[in-house]
Design a protein around this ligand. Structure first.
Ligand SMILES: C[S@@+](CC[C@H](N)C(=O)[O-])C[C@H]1O[C@@H](n2cnc3c(N)ncnc32)[C@H](O)[C@@H]1O
Length: 257
């Protein structure tokens, strides 16, 4: 699909969703006045991360004191079903991330309340729900669907039906979803950021997520290499995070003290 058709399709999809107008306004302003700011500090952070990063299994051992078992083996049947669902989905979205990291973080924190931004197929939601459902906890997710593809109904497609009773999905942009989520629950055991990857969006959300994370809770952010938002945030707060090299990108994680 050419860029013009994609942008036009996305624009008209936005027009059908008044609840997403605030995000449309922000996107238009960003594209006119601030197009390259999304990648601010990218090189600096890649060089920082490349000297500091460990593997996912090392991070799980270091932070949570556990030997990592593959998520696909621990929950074999549900995982295979999820893979089949993804393959049969007519809409193509981003694939699975570091599922073990999310699962072990929830186990470590004995999480009852987890907040994530960015759902897509729902792989990260599946990993968090698999842990918190055993404590009858709740996963609060924020996701603004891929509008250009008309993919609303497929958000969270791979999440097993039996886990959905512990799940609340807020279908807005983070700037609208997060205040709604905090109105329902204020303190979280684990937060996972995986939505808007622009410097400003990440910096804004990190502050909000950090404020609502309990002491001893786990903070995870995917794709910290897109810009220096995560590095700058950690430096400002005097946090020494663990960085994970994962499938050609970097994930940041720390326990709040
Ligand atoms: C990388 S995918 C999430 C993948 C998911 N965490 C997983 O592991 O399967 C990013 C998702 O964030 C959503 N998104 C992007 N910008 C957003 C925003 N400003 N607010 C809420 N969701 C957003 C996208 O539509 C997409 O569904």
């Amino acid at each position: 699909m050419s860029e013009v058709i994609r942008v036009t399709k996305t624009f008209f999809a936005y027009l059908k969703r008044p609840d997403l107008y605030p995000e449309l306004g922000r996107k238009i302003i960003k594209n006119i006045f601030n197009r390259n700011a999304a990648f601010k500090g990218k090189e600096k952070t890649i060089s920082w991360a490349s000297t500091k990063a460990v593997s996912q299994s090392e991070a799980i051992q270091l932070l949570f004191g556990k030997e990592m078992q593959p998520f696909s083996e621990m929950f074999f049947v549900d995982f295979q079903n999820a893979v089949q669902k993804e393959q049969s989905c007519p809409i193509k979205m981003g694939g699975a991330g570091a599922l073990e990291l999310i699962y072990y973080a929830c186990e470590f924190a004995q999480a009852k309340n987890v907040l994530e931004t960015g759902v897509a197929y729902g792989w990260s939601s599946f990993a968090a729900l698999q842990s918190i459902s055993s404590r009858n906890g709740t996963l609060y997710s924020s996701d603004m669907p891929y509008l250009g593809q008309d993919g609303d109904q497929f958000v969270g497609y791979v999440v097993p039906e039996k886990l959905k009773e512990n799940w609340k999905l807020f279908r807005f942009a983070d700037r609208e979803s997060l205040p709604k989520i905090f109105a329902e629950n204020s303190v979280f055991d684990v937060v996972h950021y995986d939505s808007d990857k622009a410097y400003e969006g990440m910096s804004w959300a990190y502050e909000m997520l950090y404020q609502h994370l309990r002491e001893g809770g786990v903070f995870i952010s995917d794709d910290i290499n897109d810009n220096s938002a995560f590095q700058d945030f950690c430096e400002k707060k005097n946090i020494d995070p663990t960085l994970i090299s994962f499938e050609g990108k970097y994930i940041g994680v720390f326990i709040k003290h």
